[in-house]
Design a protein. Structure first.
Lengths: 548, 104
């Protein structure tokens, strides 16, 4: 008789092999590499947990050290390529194929290795997309995850940084895979159970907490007057007229400026309670003044942010918290929330072309997508109405029959016409296209497609692409806010003037905004120290952000 | 380093009576602008010392639009530029012109 339970038998054999190194489920850190050699088979699909925030750093290092005779040719399926070890495993031959979502800090090295053919690339995904594939065709054989603490049975406490763990574990453990967790502490009883013990096979005790990157901390001291001007334009020219209550912000300085202008400029415009009250967002320190001023009703988080734990704990009316009192984040759910339950995404990018396509890929850097494309796209499966969504749909298709007309998510790109080192934001052709040619990719890595973008905001004004009726208008609307970049200076003056008369392009003066009012004194907090003060001393910024 | 000198005709004289004003700072990505009321009422001049070379056409485009919009007749702007972006240049010129609008 043929068995239909081969993978279960294989899983049990792996567990037996690993159990020889364990006391119960507990394995000492010095045996971590031997554990991985015992349970991982050549060519396995392996997920090392890590995203733009927390990292299973001990297990990454342990995997790099394996005996190549026992473990090789792995297919890595992981959210983040962030630690040097994540790429070292390819140089050593431990791994050969990669499917991933985000590679921020390694963006330069991963590009070099892809060009050099050192990595066989499956695809670059969004987080949610990669999680989805864990359940269909990229199910991990072994997952190496990170938690704060475990009990002797293997119940895991992930603390405020739960992030990707539930999605990774669900896909692995319920399809006969092996789940190995690194934890900092073994306790008799964990503060709360984020992952139940019967989903976890081994627990490795690390001598220090997992690494977390404070990616979402923006120092208000570095916000420029031009960024403040773009933030004023966004609040008065988009948040107010659409009445956007449910939204997601990117991580750039422009959106940090918006967060810091809500209690000042937003208040002056009488918008409190009318806009920006419910977020799919990490606990951004820059949001503290808006929370303390009563602007924010509710925030669901992808992950946590270094230094925000005590503040979040003390503001459980706003954040999702567990029975232990600390934040419960969940990347998969928060991405879904951003996709289906938010009416707006607003964020920055590195390049925008004449059709409004945008990308963070440059000739020598591949940063991946992370979550932005899920936030910054129109969810075609959405079926519930809301005022901003319906208004955007009406602007895009004014003559369509209302009951059959889809709404539109507001997808707003915000930035200065020139970025760091005077590099223009607007380009004729995205670097992503050149990269796709060089790597022979079937799909260029576009962060947000032009047909999803509804507004582009620069210091020169707002282009409302919903109101453009053809490709040419769209191009001129984009050129019309592209300032003194080559793209901006090549505009057709007459068309841009007509677009302005129709309100497709709106200048600061059309909105009653004097650029000279864009002053740093308008920011509710002008330094990290101000944020600490706003938090009543609860926010504890990482040392590199302390300059007092 | 590059030195640029740009001249424009303004529609009318800059408001106010202040003889000079100084805004901004010399720093990377920033600039210092000294405005002086020393020219005939319909003339405007920019004397630029910039750390970034090869941006003459952009300076001219920014300055021409600025003069058209703010009409700073009679003003000479002396600029120490640390490679500021056009939006910052525009902002400092506007700040300098506004500062000149005060009384002496």
């Amino acid at each position: 008789m043929t068995t239909r339970q081969r993978s279960r038998q294989a899983r049990d054999a792996r567990i037996d092999a690993g159990a020889k190194l364990a006391k119960g489920k507990i394995v000492e850190a010095r045996d971590a590499t031997r554990l991985l050699e015992a349970v991982i088979r050549p060519g396995d699909r392996v997920c090392i947990e890590g995203d733009n925030q927390k990292q299973a750093d001990l297990l990454s290092a342990a995997l790099l050290a394996v005996d190549l005779a026992k473990v090789n040719g792995l297919h890595m399926v992981q959210s983040g390529v962030v630690l040097p070890e994540h790429l070292d495993v390819f140089e050593r031959g431990v791994a050969k194929r990669l499917d991933y979502a985000y590679s921020g800090p390694q963006s330069e090295r991963i590009a070099t290795m892809l060009f050099g053919g050192r990595i066989e690339l499956g695809a670059v995904h969004t987080y949610l997309e990669l999680f989805a594939r864990y359940f269909i065709d990229l199910t991990p054989n072994v997952a190496l995850i990170a938690a704060v603490s475990a009990d002797r049975d293997g119940n895991l406490y992930t603390g405020p940084n739960t992030e990707d763990t539930p999605a990774v574990v669900e896909a692995t453990t319920f399809k006969d895979g092996i789940v190995i967790a690194q934890v900092h502490e073994i306790l008799d009883k964990v503060p709360r159970v984020d992952i139940p013990a019967d989903e976890v096979h081994f627990v490795v005790k690390a001598d220090k907490p997992f690494f977390v990157e404070p990616l979402f901390t923006r120092d208000p001291g570095a916000i420029t007057e031009t960024q403040i001007l773009t933030a004023m334009l966004a609040i008065k020219g988009v948040y107010a007229p659409y009445g956007v209550r449910r939204l997601n912000h990117g991580i750039g300085f422009n959106t940090a400026a918006i967060e810091l202008l809500l209690p000042t400029y937003g208040e002056k415009l009488g918008l409190k309670g009318k806009v920006a009250s419910r977020f799919a967002l990490n606990p951004h320190p820059a949001l503290i003044p808006a929370i303390e001023s009563g602007w924010v009703e509710q925030v669901h988080c992808f992950g946590s942010e270094v230094g925000m734990d005590d503040y979040v704990r003390a503001r459980s009316d706003i954040f999702f918290t567990g029975p232990d009192g600390s934040l419960r984040s969940n990347r998969a759910f928060c991405q879904t929330a951003g996709l289906y339950a938010c009416d707006m995404f607003i964020g920055s990018t590195l390049q925008i072309d004449l059709a409004g396509n945008s990308s963070t890929v440059t000739a020598s850097r591949i940063a991946g997508f992370g979550g932005a494309p899920n936030m910054g796209c129109d969810a075609r499966g959405r079926r519930h109405p809301s005022d901003p969504w319906l208004q955007a749909g009406r602007e895009a298709d004014p003559d369509g029959p209302a009951p059959l007309r889809r709404g539109r998510k507001l997808v707003v790109q915000i930035g200065e016409t020139f970025g760091d080192k005077n590099v223009p934001l607007f380009v004729e052709k995205l670097d992503a296209l050149e990269l796709a040619e060089k790597l022979k990719l079937e799909l260029a890595p576009v962060m947000i497609y032009g047909d999803d973008v509804t507004h582009i905001i620069t210091e020169e004004g707002i282009a409302n692409l919903l109101l453009c009726r053809d490709e040419r208008e769209r191009e001129q609307a984009i050129r019309g806010v592209a300032g003194y970049t080559d793209v901006g200076r090549a505009r057709d003056m007459n068309t841009v003037r007509r677009l302005r008369e129709r309100g497709v392009i709106r200048r600061p003066e059309d909105l009653g905004i004097d650029p000279l009012d864009a002053d740093r004194s308008m920011l509710a907090a002008r330094s990290i120290r101000d944020l600490v003060r706003w938090s009543g001393g609860l926010y504890a910024p990482p040392s590199r952000f302390r300059n007092w | 380093m590059e030195d640029l000198r740009l001249r424009y005709t303004a529609r009318q004289r800059a408001g106010g009576t202040k003889p000079m004003a100084l805004v901004g700072v010399v720093a990377s990505g920033n600039l210092e602008v000294l405005a002086e009321r020393v020219l005939p009422d319909t003339e405007c001049q920019l004397e630029i010392k910039t750390a970034a070379e090869g941006f003459g056409a952009v300076w001219d485009a920014v300055a021409a639009d600025f003069v058209e919009r703010y009409s700073p007749g009679g003003l000479r702007f002396s600029i120490n530029d640390g490679g500021a972006r056009p939006d910052t240049v525009w902002l400092r010129l506007a700040q300098a012109t506004r500062s000149m609008e005060g009384d002496q």
